[in-house]
Each structure stands twice: as structure tokens, then as C-alpha cells.
Design a binder for this molecule. Structure first.
Ligand SMILES: Nc1ncnc2c1ncn2[C@@H]1O[C@H](COP(=O)(O)OP(=O)(O)OP(=O)(O)O)[C@@H](O)[C@H]1O
Ligand SMILES: [Mg+2]
Length: 260
């Protein structure tokens, strides 16, 4: 079954999806360094990310958001605790299995865009598919490229693109293979409000139209308002959660947390 089929499958409609977990963290602890310089970036984080749901992770600088994303996406290993992508426990995987899982099931948009400088924008976008020996769904590729405003930049190399354009290329690359789950660490961090809106609405569409799961880190209440749920981190712990957020409700909650 392709991801598209899954997206159209009525069994995966939100009413049924409640029990289906796309990713889970169970009592995650991440300690960096040792002795006096030791930092506990994650201090026992447990969270489920339901299939077909868009979650935003918010919290002060240094609260552990990027660390959590990196552990969830299999880019970093927690000191203790467990991460699952679907039914797959990441701790049980060898390097080769981990690489395959990241390649086939996960899309990333991170702040360091990791574009390959010698490839054009289009080649960068289709690179994960090319490596996996899969072909892009041309219609979806066209849609993504158009909606992210990249149609006339496809033959440019990353150095010939602005920071915001590079970020949109990274976003297109994460979306085009329709992975089960997309992680974004401040995917709209460098974008003006128009481009930012385009990125968020296409992430929203990947959830609503294809049943994919999206988890992003953001500092922006407007970006968070595109999500179904906001999870608030402070000092490496989940301290609050909000369903069906609006800009105002997110701002209120942020203020309340700052005043703790
Ligand atoms: N490689 C590392 N070595 C040592 N400490 C680290 C490392 N990476 C992160 N940290 C520390 O772990 C804590 C959490 O960092 P993290 O990057 O997860 O925060 P964040 O919530 O993403 O912050 P920001 O909003 O500024 O991006 C911070 O105190 C940070 O200094
Ligand atoms: Mg961060």
C-alpha cells in the first residue's frame, strides 16, 4: 500500500487514528557532557504523536526542543528511554536499519538545511528518492514546488539561492517522498510571513490530504496555530499541552509558563 492509499483509507480517518501512534518517546533522558559541565537536555520526556496529526513543540531557548526532535528522528541517541517510529523501536536497530528507516519513513527540515552544494535545487529535492531508487510522484512534486515558490529556481545551486529559498528546498525535499512522519526544527525560522504561510499550509495539507504526521519546533504562535496540538517544554520536561491552538491561546499559555 502506498502512502497515498493510506491517506485515502477511511480506516485512517481521524476517528480511527486516535489509537495509531506515528512516533513515541518514552521517558527520554539525554545528558550531554559529564561532571561540572554536564547538561540534562531531556529529563524524562514521554509523548505520543498520533498518526495524521500536526504537533508543534514550543519552549524557551535551551529547553530541549532540538534534542527531542533529533532523538525522535533517530539522528541522536538518548542516554536512556525509548523512541518508537510506528511499531519500530529505534534502540533495537543497527546502523543499516536505522539509515533505511530514516530514508524510507522520515522527512526532515532542519535549520542547517544540509543541501548538497554541487546539486541543483531540483536534484536536492529528489535526492532521497533517487538514493532509495524511487520515482517522484510528478503531480505532487509539481504541487510542492509551485506552492513553495521554487518553480523558477529549480536549476539553481544552493549558493545561488537566498536563505529562505534554501529552506524551502529543504522543505520540498522532506515532503516529496510523502514519508510517514515529517520533523521540522524551526522550518519557518528564516522565512518572511508569506513564505512561512506557504510552508505551514503545505505541511498542514500533507496531514489533511495524505494522512502524514508532522512534528515541528517553533517559537512563533502563528506557526503553532497551524497545529492540532502544542506541547510545551521547559528544562527538558513537558510542562503543558494545548489542543486546537489559536495564536491567542498559544500566547496566553506562553505568558503563563514564563510567569511560573
Ligand atoms: N552537543 C551538545 N553538547 C552539550 N550540550 C548540548 C549539546 N546540544 C545541546 N546541548 C544543551 O542541551 C540543552 C538543550 O538544547 P537544545 O538545542 O535541545 O535546546 P532548544 O530548546 O532547541 O533551544 P533553541 O530554542 O535555542 O534552539 C541546552 O542547554 C544546550 O546547551
Ligand atoms: Mg533548537
Amino acid at each position: 500500500m502506498t502512502s497515498l492509499d493510506k491517506g485515502l483509507d477511511t480506516e485512517s480517518s481521524p476517528a480511527h487514528a486516535a489509537a495509531e501512534i506515528a512516533a513515541a518517546a518514552e521517558n527520554l533522558v539525554k545528558v550531554y557532557g559529564s561532571g561540572d559541565t554536564q547538561v540534562k537536555a531531556l529529563d524524562g520526556v514521554s509523548a505520543d504523536f498520533a498518526k495524521g496529526e500536526f504537533t508543534a513543540i514550543m519552549g524557551p531557548s535551551g529547553s530541549g526542543k532540538s534534542t527531542l526532535m533529533h532523538c525522535l528522528a533517530g539522528l541522536d541517541v538518548a542516554s536512556s528511554g525509548e523512541v518508537r517510529i510506528g511499531d519500530t523501536a529505534l534502540t533495537g536497530l543497527n546502523d543499516k536499519q536505522m539509515t533505511a528507516l530514516r530514508r524510507d519513513r522520515i522527512g526532515f527540515v532542519f535549520q542547517a538545511f544540509n543541501l548538497v552544494p554541487t546539486l541543483t535545487a531540483l536534484e536536492n529535492i529528489t535526492l532521497p528518492l533517487d538514493i532509495a531508487g524511487r520515482k517522484a510522484d510528478q503531480e505532487w512534486l509539481d504541487t510542492v514546488v509551485k506552492r513553495l515558490g521554487l518553480a523558477d529556481r529549480l536549476s539553481h545551486r544552493p549558493t545561488e539561492l537566498s536563505g529562505g529559498q534554501q529552506q524551502r528546498v529543504a522543505c520540498a525535499r522532506a515532503l516529496v517522498g510523502k514519508p510517514e512522519i515529517i520533523f521540522g526544527d524551526e522550518p519557518t525560522g528564516n522565512l518572511d510571513s508569506h513564505s512561512s504561510g506557504e510552508v505551514l499550509s503545505i505541511l498542514r495539507a500533507s496531514v489533511d490530504e495524505f494522512g502524514q504526521t508532522v512534528v515541528i519546533v517553533t517559537h512563533d504562535p502563528r506557526a503553532a496555530s497551524y497545529a492540532d496540538r502544542v506541547v510545551f517544554l521547559a528544562d527538558g520536561r513537558i510542562v503543558d499541552e494545548l489542543r486546537d491552538p489559536t495564536q491567542d491561546s498559544v500566547l496566553d499559555r506562553m505568558k503563563a509558563l514564563e510567569g511560573r
